[in-house]
Every structure is written in structure tokens, then in C-alpha cells.
Write a new protein. Structure first.
Length: 329
């Protein structure tokens, strides 16, 4: 399933307020005279309630508590991104932004009209108005420009992508246990003729227990699954159908037994026929990874002092969520 590129940086900051490299406007900055709100006048009315002005400073504390940390992270990453671009003599162009727009649409759907509808619905769910959406495009464009030359797509990565797209799939049922002893007992029951489905429903601690342990078809090239599970699949396929039950597998802090249900053979064109497409897919995936890493670095390296107490607490929560999202699982 393709990664939704629009959501690339939501673990850091879902949207942004702009990415300017200095006082001089770049090719995609708002033109002079654009009606962009400013917040340098604390008593400036932003609305009228029963004929009385509602001023900016009256909203600040509420807004700071609601989403102040998120907004601060947006400003932070955009400023530091702009500094990094300026240091390397790089400038964002309209073509860079157009590329990000098209990339999002291509990811959502091959049908252009459907992609536009899906993007509109996603923007509404995420609260991405024109200003915020443009800022998100700018952020992705800036990060991509900084990491693009660091990406190298090797033959091994292309072959892995080929196996993911066209290689064999293995459908299995899984029983997950807290101890190796429990997993071994279940395995013996299964080998003795007990229903693997019933054992999964009754004994497995995995959410798949509700489906009798049934998992979606797995590719041995899919690194999102534990290596111990992926490695045993081709071996099980060589066993007699009644004996396609794995030894006890160590999966992180848990232990598992799986039974192979079905093998879907490889089916697709030769690798050379799709090499260019696979190379582009791998490049985009590597770019996304490096862009996330760079965004994390920009945030972690910031020398930030928050003065307002309400905003400081909101920033503390936001920083914690960023660190949690970036920590190894």
C-alpha cells in the first residue's frame, strides 16, 4: 500500500506558517500586498462580538493551550529549514512546489478526478486551508531539496521492491504467547491434531485472535514483519500440508507459532520491464525517510526558550509526542 505523502511530517508538525529565507521574498513567497494576517499588534481587533472588539491578545492563551505547541513546532522547523537552505545556496521554485502537489495526487489515486476529491477530503479532515496547505508543500519541497543528492538507489533495493510488488505471498495463522513454554505447549497441541483456529481464538494474545489468527498475506521481502517470521515461511512451504506448523519463534518480547495456510506464487513481469518504476518508488521511499530524519534533527537542534507559561506547557507536550514518534519501536 503506498504511503500517503501528504502525511509525511505529521509526526513533527502537520502544517506550517511559511518558510522564508530572509527579508527578501523568494519566488513562492506571498507577493507584496497579499492580505496575510499579522500578529505584531496585540490590541488589533480580529472580530466584533455584540459590537465590541475581540482582540488578538484575548485569544492567545486559549490558542496557545489548544495547539500552541504544534504551531511553535511549525514555525521552528520552517525557520531552521529556511536557514539550512540559505546556507547551501538553495532556493525553492514554483516547479518544486508543483512537484510536491503532483506527487500527492499521484499517491492518492491514478484517476486524476478521484485524486483531487480525495485530497480535498483529506485537507478538510486535517484543517489544511490554502495557507497551511501551501506551507506543507513548501516544507516537503525544502526537505526534499536538501536530501535529494544524498540518495543512492542500489540493485539490492530494486530487487527487494520487485519482490514486494510481484514476489510470492504467504498466508498464515499466528498464535502469540507471553512465554516460550506456552507457545511450545500450543505447538504440540496443534501437531497432535487440535484446531489451530480454536487455539488461536482461545490462547493468542495477538489482535488477530478474533480472526482465528489469520494475517494478511506476507511477502518475505516486507521488512515491516519480524525477520524470524519472514524467514520461516519458505521453509514451511516445503513441508507436507499437515506439518506446516513452525517451531516456536521469538518475536520481540513474545513467542509465536504460525501455520502456513496458502502460498500465492510470484506473478508479474520480469524485473527489467519495471526497473524504472521500481527505482522511482525506492527513491521516493528513501527520500521520505531522510526527510523525516532531517526534520527531527532540525527540531532537536533548536535553541528554543519559551517564555509564556501556557505555550511552554503546550510545547512540552508537543515535544514529547515528537520524541515518542521518532523513538525506535
Amino acid at each position: 500500500m503506498p504511503t500517503i505523502h501528504l502525511l509525511l511530517l505529521l509526526i513533527f508538525a502537520a502544517t506550517a506558517v511559511g518558510c522564508q529565507s530572509g527579508p527578501q521574498p523568494d519566488p513562492i513567497s506571498p507577493s507584496p500586498g497579499t492580505n496575510t494576517p499579522t500578529f505584531d499588534e496585540p490590541d488589533r481587533p480580529v472580530a466584533y462580538l455584540d459590537g465590541q472588539p475581540l482582540r488578538q491578545h484575548e485569544l492567545f492563551s486559549v490558542l496557545a493551550e489548544m495547539d500552541g505547541g504544534l504551531a511553535l513546532s511549525e514555525v521552528l522547523i520552517d525557520r531552521r529549514l529556511a536557514q539550512r537552505l540559505d546556507q547551501q545556496g538553495l532556493t525553492l521554485t514554483p516547479a518544486d512546489i508543483d512537484y510536491e502537489k503532483q506527487l500527492i495526487l499521484d499517491t492518492l489515486s491514478e484517476d486524476e478526478d478521484q485524486a483531487v476529491r480525495l485530497l480535498r477530503a483529506m485537507r478538510e479532515r486535517r484543517g489544511l486551508g490554502e495557507l497551511r496547505y501551501t506551507a506543507l508543500l513548501r516544507r516537503n519541497a525544502g526537505l526534499r531539496k536538501l536530501v535529494r543528492n544524498d540518495i543512492s538507489v542500489g540493485e539490492a533495493a530494486i530487487r527487494q521492491a520487485y519482490q514486494l510488488a510481484y514476489g510470492p505471498r504467504y498466508t498464515v495463522r499466528l498464535i502469540l504467547c507471553d512465554t516460550a513454554q506456552a507457545a511450545q505447549r500450543i505447538r504440540q497441541h496443534a501437531l497432535g491434531g487440535a484446531s489451530f483456529i480454536d487455539l488461536a481464538v482461545q490462547q493468542s494474545t495477538d489482535p488477530s485472535a478474533a480472526q482465528g489468527g489469520l494475517l494478511s498475506p506476507i511477502s518475505p521481502a516486507d521488512a515491516t514483519y519480524p525477520a524470524a517470521l519472514r524467514d520461516v515461511l519458505p521453509t514451511l512451504a516445503t513441508q507436507d500440508e499437515a506439518q506446516r506448523i513452525s517451531p516456536v519463534l521469538t518475536l520481540g518480547q513474545s513467542y509465536a507459532v504460525v501455520r502456513l495456510e496458502e502460498v500465492t506464487p510470484a506473478n508479474g513481469p520480469g524485473i527489467d520491464a519495471v526497473r524504472n518504476e521500481l527505482t522511482q518508488q525506492v527513491r521516493l521511499r528513501l527520500e521520505r525517510l531522510r526527510m523525516q530524519q532531517l526534520a527531527q534533527t532540525l527540531i532537536e537542534g533548536a535553541d528554543l526558550i519559551v517564555l509564556d507559561p501556557t505555550l511552554k506547557e503546550s510545547w512540552r507536550r508537543q515535544r514529547g509526542s515528537i520524541e515518542d514518534a521518532a523513538s525506535p519501536r
